[in-house]
Design a protein around this ligand. Structure first.
Ligand code: KMH
Ligand code: ZN
Length: 269
């Protein structure tokens, strides 16, 4: 099996510091978090940013500051979110891509998201994907529902692209695909054979999805965007604690932990 690529989704757009006191918010806090997560075994940092009030923002200047601070602190792959928050418009969500991160997330379909709708119609997917490819950014296709795999394949084929395809299965969002026992295996079976994939389970589904992904040879995403508790009733001390647990689970299953450069190699960056 490949060395395990661990992604830290350390900030997100939905969780607040009132819910998770260790949530990093400023560029400096995020950079320190990224360095700690790298030391614990993370090779990718999935980046959302916050404004001065701690609210989610897609302001390119805030992204620029966070990207610079992370690059000063560590060598992790920085993956921008292009999903933002459900209230963000298409134009707002695409703007930070101009900063040319190595990777960016791309959700390939519209999906219910709690009591909201995460809006990703075909025209948005095509526009975001085209912009990423113009800038040489490798997308991570965010898969909340099986049909999104076919949508990712469609934009890839339509542009006759030849980059490496990498997917992330996000399971257990209320309104989207649940983390059923066979969800991870099902999705992994339906992506192209040469593609790589990671998985994450939201909240209480987190450990089951992590274990399934490690066992099936996939990669893992964790962090406060997806899970804020270390165990029932006990908040995680920090993102690095969650990364450390995934790395331990990976090692116990015989997987080496990928460095950022090894992950770059596996992901064709
Ligand atoms: N915050 C969600 C609405 C992504 O980063 O690309 C979207 C999300 C996916 O987190
Ligand atoms: Zn995200």
């Amino acid at each position: 099996m490949q060395p395990l690529i661990i992604t830290c989704a350390g900030v997100g757009a939905e969780v607040s510091r009132a819910q998770q006191p260790a949530l990093p918010l400023t560029a400096e806090e995020i950079a320190q978090d990224a360095a700690e997560c790298r030391a614990a075994g993370a090779s990718i940092y999935h980046l959302h940013v916050r404004d001065d009030m701690g609210n989610p923002t897609m302001d390119a200047e805030v992204y620029r500051a966070a990207l610079a601070a992370i690059r000063d602190a560590t060598d992790v792959i920085v993956q921008f979110s292009s999903g933002g928050a459900v209230t963000d418009t298409e134009d707002v969500r695409i703007a930070p891509l101009d900063l040319e991160p190595e990777m960016a997330s791309l959700t390939t379909g519209t999906v219910n998201f709690g009591s909201e709708v995460f809006w990703n119609p075909p025209s948005l997917i095509e526009r975001f994907y085209a912009r990423m490819r113009e800038l040489g950014i490798v997308p991570e296709f965010e898969i909340f529902e099986p049909g999104m795999i076919a949508n990712a394949q469609r934009v890839y084929d339509e542009r006759a692209e030849s980059h490496h395809m990498h997917f992330d299965f996000v399971l257990g969002v209320p309104g989207a695909m649940p983390a059923w026992e066979d969800s991870v295996a099902y999705l992994a079976r339906h992506i192209p054979s040469e593609a790589t994939w990671s998985a994450t389970g939201i909240g209480r589904w987190h450990l089951a999805v992590t274990a399934a992904a490690i066992g099936l040879g996939g990669h893992v995403r964790t962090g406060f965007e997806d899970v804020i508790y270390f165990e029932r009733g006990r908040l995680a001390d920090g993102n690095a604690q969650l990364i450390d647990r995934v790395a331990s689970m990976g090692r116990a299953a015989g997987r080496d932990i990928a460095t950022p450069d090894r992950a770059r190699n596996l992901l064709g960056l």
